[in-house]
Design a protein around this ligand. Structure first.
Ligand SMILES: Nc1ncnc2c1ncn2[C@@H]1O[C@H](COP(=O)(O)OP(=O)(O)OP(=O)(O)O)[C@@H](O)[C@H]1O
Ligand SMILES: [Mg+2]
Length: 251
């Protein structure tokens, strides 16, 4: 099977307004696909539609070749068990401390013992450059950047086949951003995990992407390889990368 994620003509609207219009994209195994686009352009909605958290008006989503709208609840659960997700807002469980947040999927999804799950969770804490001392702390006591890193540790804890990262480095300092980017590259390049990420950070985009898709007016209006970011004369990409107030986005 060539693609792990296939999205075909996906349309999603809220209150009669189309947020996504015929979005089509495919992600190969081990590939890192990054979606960029303006704030409110529908990037998070796209990820939620792929995961089945939002129901699209029309279109097809396939994960590992399976049309998700045709899967039973049990089969969808099995499919989602192979996915790791970092939600934009972190979405940590407020009533669970850090180590229980990271261990959650290992214990309740994979039936691991608490001891085994804690061992893995501590490894992942290390991977996101957090001290073991934070293990017993609750989300409310963490800084924004620490929350993000805990959410990332939780997303990779179950050794997923596919990872979804919705703005994994927003709000992090440049050094932590570099560490997280390296971790994402390691996931895709060394561990063969496929990734769909969203970022606003241009240096992250350059570091972590194999393929880039630009979402604008509900559709992917440009798709290209990482190397093409610098060679394309697409005016939308040029404006986005330059962060310029002048260009087709703002006309
Ligand atoms: N559950 C919802 N109900 C109604 N409208 C929604 C819902 N979720 C998202 N929207 C709307 O869909 C549009 C796209 O939202 P989305 O969160 O996908 O943007 P985004 O591209 O991720 O932006 P950002 O870069 O700021 O995170 C927005 O106009 C938002 O208000
Ligand atoms: Mg978003």
């Amino acid at each position: 099977m060539k693609y792990v994620i296939e999205v075909e003509n996906l349309t999603k609207s809220f209150g009669g307004r189309d947020v996504l219009q015929n979005v089509t994209l495919n992600i190969r195994r081990g590939e890192s696909y990054v979606v960029i686009g303006g704030s409110g352009s529908g990037k998070s909605v796209l990820v939620k539609c792929i995961l089945g958290l939002l129901k699209p008006e029309s279109g097809i989503v396939k994960i590992n070749g399976q049309n998700t709208s045709k899967l039973s609840q049990k089969a969808m659960f099995q499919t989602l068990l192979k996915c790791g997700v970092l939600y934009q807002g972190g979405a940590l469980f407020d009533s669970l401390n850090v180590i229980d947040n990271i261990s959650f999927g290992l214990i309740y999804g994979y039936g691991k013992s608490q001891k085994e799950a804690y061992g893995i969770a501590l490894e992942k804490l290390n991977a996101v450059d957090l001290d073991e001392k934070v293990a017993k702390i609750f989300p409310a006591e963490l800084s924004g950047g620490m929350k993000k890193r805990v959410a990332l540790a939780r997303a990779i804890a179950t050794n997923p086949d596919i990872i979804f990262f919705d703005e994994p480095t927003t709000g992090l300092d440049p050094i932590t951003t570099g560490i997280i980017d390296e971790l994402i590259v390691k996931c895709t390049k060394e561990m063969g995990i496929s990734a769909l990420s969203i970022t606003h950070d241009i240096s992250s985009l350059r570091r972590i992407s194999d393929i880039v898709g630009l979402l604008y007016n509900g559709s992917i209006i440009w798709e290209g390889k990482n190397e093409e970011l610098d060679t394309t004369d697409n005016p939308y990409i040029r404006q986005f990368l330059a962060g310029s107030p002048v260009g087709p986005f703002t006309q």
